[in-house]
Design a protein around this ligand. Structure first.
Ligand code: AMP
Length: 538
């Protein structure tokens, strides 16, 4: 195939699977591979012989090599090792998660520490090679999608993964926005669509206003910890419990049995989207006194529906919340798009129908629409004015103020690109200034994600600070000097987020005690002793 212009890939880097698409003659297609479409398990492993395995081959050997098989990287990428999220989930993974050189979560593969961007880069590199071989040309550019609910750190980490894989990442795009593009491009719609995206690990909801090829995100929200894996975990817990009741054997200590149950639980869940009843059968799952013990547990669709009902309900509570943020009524939504493999579950489709009082759109392929939309966006970037995407910020960005509170600079649902400015307060003492930047929905910084610290010399007092969000929703900060010169300020990550949050908490406690003792001039301690935190109110 000879290409007249360079091919750009649209890549949906999923928790479970990665899907790759491209556009030729204005039509978006999933890249074909020797096994059908290029939908690749997002799994990386090192075999006993030391070979690096990616995709299906890596997934196939997961049961026998659980410690050296990395899956679910999307849940960890761009997160700090000491963050609550990573600490809470690290026990669910069969491989080792450690602290990387900058305090970030990293993984151990065959005794070597890899960053999460490196792991995702292996998947992306594999996609690049297969796409190049299939399409017959070198491909260097791509658009990669991320959950709308990803914060700045996570977006940067995915961009880094793309670079490590040898791509010039033209843009990071939000998954629901890409799905809406695949649905609405060149179709002349003028209505509101809601994208309900329930994938392997994350849930995203976005409402978009389509005016022809102008697509504007009105509001967005979600949960980076709600997805198919949680559905699987409910089935796994059920199977373990049933087996324990029957045999008095606890399988949780056997990594191989657990991996087999995990695979069987997901397979049963998928089968139950078509069938009403299945039987989970795992011969020789363990042994007792040298004799094999088999596992055989019948499972009905109804039973699974009960096990996961609260998860599905939680997703619709989030839909309700997102609509409420813009005072939208559910009947103002003209079309509901279901995206992500988990939306194939009849329970999810039924609830969507019930909630909106109309059936969700069936025409868009839930596993492929994000990659197709990303590819269409890539194509449109090569042309002028073909599509205008206006995205929105999913979580506020701001900084810490005394008492561990969070002062927002850019509000949630602000349309991007955006710029917000404020002035640094004057200092009395000639000390330097620091601003700790966070992103999240909470009023308390302890619950939000730490993005980094801005450090300013004493002379910066009174100067104007600009928070600039580009179209990829990535943050840049500049400072304007008194004579009008503008300088970019980089976010330093000297303090680990947890040390920082602990210090903020300590400070909040100190203030509380000081107020109690009616001694407001109590001096700051710890990392606050030498430098004045901005807006300290001293
Ligand atoms: P995605 O991240 O979009 O690839 O979604 C992957 C998730 O969808 C995984 O948790 C799968 O188990 C789940 N999934 C895929 N197909 C089905 C199906 N037919 N029924 C229920 N869940 C499915």
């Amino acid at each position: 195939m000879a290409a007249d212009k360079p091919i750009l890939l649209g890549i949906d880097l999923g928790t479970t699977n990665t899907c790759v698409a491209y556009v030729r003659n204005k039509v978006a297609r999933v890249v074909p591979s020797d096994k059908g479409s290029l939908i690749l398990p997002s799994v990386v492993a090192v075999s006993d012989k030391g070979d690096l395995l990616v995709g299906n081959v890596a997934k196939d050997q997961m049961v026998v090599n659980p410690r050296n098989t990395i899956y679910g990287a999307k849940r960890l990428i761009g997160r700090q090792y000491n963050s609550k999220v990573v600490q809470d989930i690290k026990h669910y993974f069969s491989y080792e998660i450690v602290e990387g050189p900058k305090g970030e979560a990293a993984v151990v593969l065959a005794g070597k520490v890899y960053s999460l961007p490196q792991i995702s880069a292996f998947v992306l590199q594999h996609c690049k090679r297969v796409a190049e071989a299939t399409l017959g040309s070198e491909i260097n550019e791509a658009i990669i999608s991320v959950p709308a609910y990803y914060n700045d750190n996570q977006r940067n980490a995915v961009k880094e993964a793309g670079k490590l894989a040898g791509f010039n990442v033209k843009r990071i795009v939000n998954e629901p926005t890409a799905a809406a593009l695949a649905y609405g491009l060149n179709r002349g719609f003028d209505h509101k669509v809601l994208v309900y995206d329930l994938g392997g690990g994350t849930f995203d909801v976005s409402v978009l206003q389509l005016h022809g090829n102008v697509m504007e995100v009105i509001c967005t929200g979600g949960d980076t910890f709600l997805g198919g894996v949680d559905f699987d975990n409910r089935i796994i817990d059920f199977v373990l419990e049933e087996f324990r009741n029957e045999t008095k054997i606890d399988l949780t200590q056997s990594p191989i049995a657990m991996q087999r149950i995990k695979n069987a639980a997901e397979a049963a869940k998928i089968d139950l989207s078509l069938l009403s009843n299945v039987v989970i059968e795992l011969p020789y799952v363990t042994d007792r006194k040298g004799k094999p013990v088999d596992l055989r547990i019948p499972l009905s669709r109804e039973r699974v529906n009960t096990l996961v009902m609260d998860l599905v309900e939680r997703s619709f509570q989030l839909v309700e919340k997102v609509l409420g943020e813009k005072n939208l009524n559910r009947n103002e939504i003209q079309e509901v798009l279901l995206v992500g493999g988990q939306t194939r579950m009849p329970l999810v489709q039924g609830k969507a129908h019930q909630f909106f009082g109309k059936p969700p759109r069936k025409g868009v392929h839930p596993d492929e629409s994000v990659a197709l939309g990303a590819a269409l966006l890539a194509e449109s970037m090569q042309e002028i004015d073909s599509v205008t995407l206006v995205d929105a910020l999913s979580m506020p960005i701001g900084f810490a103020v005394p008492g561990g509170r969070f002062r927002k600079v850019i509000e949630k649902n602000t349309q991007i690109p955006a710029q917000k400015s404020f002035r640094l307060p004057p200092t009395k003492s000639g000390q330097g200034l620091e601003l700790d930047i966070f992103q999240g929905d909470s009023d308390r910084i302890i619950d939000n994600e730490y993005l980094g610290t801005l450090k300013f010399p004493a002379e910066a007092a009174g100067q104007r600070i600009n928070f600039i969000l580009d179209e990829e929703c990535l943050l840049r900060v500049t400072i304007e000097g008194n004579s009008g010169e503008v300088r970019e300020v980089t976010l330093a990550t000297r303090d680990t987020p947890e040390a920082l949050k602990a210090a903020w908490q300590e400070e909040a406690e100190r203030r509380r005690l000081a107020a109690e003792r009616a001694a407001p001039e109590a001096q700051p301690k710890g990392i606050f002793a030498s430098i004045r935190k901005v807006f300290g109110g001293e």
